[in-house]
Design a protein around this ligand. Structure first.
Ligand code: ADP
Ligand code: MG
Length: 429
């Protein structure tokens, strides 16, 4: 059939003027071109279909992926930007979603988290009806800020720990918690990269940078403050000094109900690099248990503290910033295969996280009973919950994958209860 058009054209051309001739040739050329294009498109669409079927076969979650894409088509996106307003709050509760990692991408994990705005987050939970049809249960949550997978540590810092820095210069206590299941990004957020001049510093290092800057600033120079750091972990009711070969530390309450961690190493620091050095030393020493959920899962709370002390009255405290990388909050998942020891660790972690929630809630309701003695964690942080100038921030970390869905919902419900924002988990959409 390819030959037919040129044949016809030749017979037509013989009877027309040369200018008309060229128009016809052009027209015929165009027809030919369109036909090739059409064939190409058909082939492409066929290839697409084949590709789709292949993906379908490879990925049992393909239906889920499609349902989420359909749902999100109609959403308006207004994510957080660097220029959004920072509100001054006693308790700030935020959520950070990390990106899918390489392994999850290889496994074709479906991302079930959507962050439509600067303070909302949706979990698309897959469900199956009795007749086996699949559907989504979309849970909408509201927090002070929600960070999507494109947010870096710098922006997270800006809306979480940074606004609390001035509290410690004003003689108060600031606390920042990283909460979430193992692998959700707690250590990535708090420690970040520890090598010098890394562009991906964590909250510890960024807080230290700001603190050094303010100590030397015109505003606070007259206070003549010295900066010191301590780093310890709480592991199965034990308090271990990460800056002193994990020495076992005792907690004492004196007559004035002041809580002391006896013998805790406190190092004077004068530069960010010195701080990075200490964090590296501490992180290397951190206790890691073995669980089936994640071999390197962290079963301990790491508490990094930065103190401001007046040079002339070194034994008094001006202010303190506590930055805490909490133990993984996953539970139940590994009870079958775990040993008695891991189960006990899990129980202890649960207890301390529940106590923590109650203590933060009490901070929000002045005068409320403070159940700090329920756990070692809340006991050592007592001054963070009682002071007249205490501020707290919690960053709940979530993994985006569908296999983390249940843990993610648990994390979000916990974070939601730390501070009831009036909406709670909003109605299902
Ligand atoms: P956790 O301390 O909660 O167990 P990690 O901080 O160790 O989790 O994070 C688990 C993995 O995911 C690490 O490899 C880390 O580098 C990576 N990760 C976490 N958060 C992010 C993020 N926001 N962007 C890129 N990678 C991340
Ligand atoms: Mg960690």
């Amino acid at each position: 059939s390819k030959e037919r058009y040129p044949q016809t054209s030749r017979s037509v051309i013989e009877h027309v003027s040369s200018s008309f001739e060229s128009t016809v040739v052009k027209k015929i050329g165009k027809m030919e071109h369109d036909r090739i294009e059409r064939r190409k498109k058909q082939a492409e669409s066929k290839a697409e279909k084949v590709e789709l079927t292949k993906r379908n076969a490879d990925n049992p979650h393909w239906v889920l992926h499609q349902m989420i894409a359909d749902y999100c088509k109609n959403l308006q996106y207004n994510p957080l930007t660097v220029d959004d307003m920072i509100e001054d709050r006693l308790i700030t509760v935020c959520v950070r979603k990390r990106p899918l990692n390489k392994n999850e991408l290889i496994k074709k994990e479906v991302d079930v988290i959507t962050v439509p705005s600067k303070n909302q987050l949706i979990v698309h939970e897959p469900k199956t009806k009795v007749d086996l049809t699949k559907y989504l249960e979309n849970h909408l949550f509201k927090f002070d800020y929600t960070f999507n997978e494109t947010c870096n540590n710098e922006i997270v810092y800006k809306y979480t720990a940074q606004p609390l820095i001035k509290t410690i210069f004003e003689g108060g206590f600031a606390t920042c918690f990283a909460y979430g299941q193992t692998g959700s990004g707690k250590t990535y957020t708090m420690s970040g990269d520890l090598f010098r001049n890394s562009p991906n510093k964590g909250i510890y290092a960024m807080a230290a940078t700001d603190i050094f800057r303010l100590v030397a600033s015109a505003r606070y120079k007259h206070l003549n403050l010295i900066v010191t750091c301590s780093f310890f972990e709480i592991y199965s009711r034990k308090v271990l000094d990460l800056l002193n070969r994990k020495g076992d530390l005792k907690i004492l309450e004196d007559g004035k109900q002041q809580v002391q961690v006896v013998g805790l190493t406190e190092k004077v620091v004068s530069s960010v690099n010195e701080v990075l050095e200490l964090i590296h030393q501490g992180n290397t020493a951190r206790t890691s248990g073995q669980t089936s959920a994640n071999e390197n899962s962290s079963r301990s709370h790491a508490v990094f503290q930065i103190y401001l002390r007046p040079a002339k009255k070194f034994h008094t405290l001006h202010g303190k910033f506590s930055l805490i990388d909490l133990a993984g909050n996953e539970r139940g998942a590994d009870t079958l295969s775990s040993t008695k020891v891991t189960r006990m660790e899990g129980g202890e972690i649960n207890k301390s996280l529940l106590a923590l929630k109650e203590c933060i809630r009490a901070l929000g309701r002045k005068g409320a009973h403070l159940p700090f003695r329920l756990s070692k964690l809340t006991q050592v942080l007592r001054d963070s919950f009682i002071g007249s100038n205490s501020k707290t921030c919690m960053i709940a970390m979530v993994s985006p994958g569908v296999s983390s869905c249940e843990n993610t919902l648990n994390t979000l419900r916990y974070a939601d209860r730390v501070k009831e924002l009036g909406g709670g988990e909003l109605q299902q959409l």
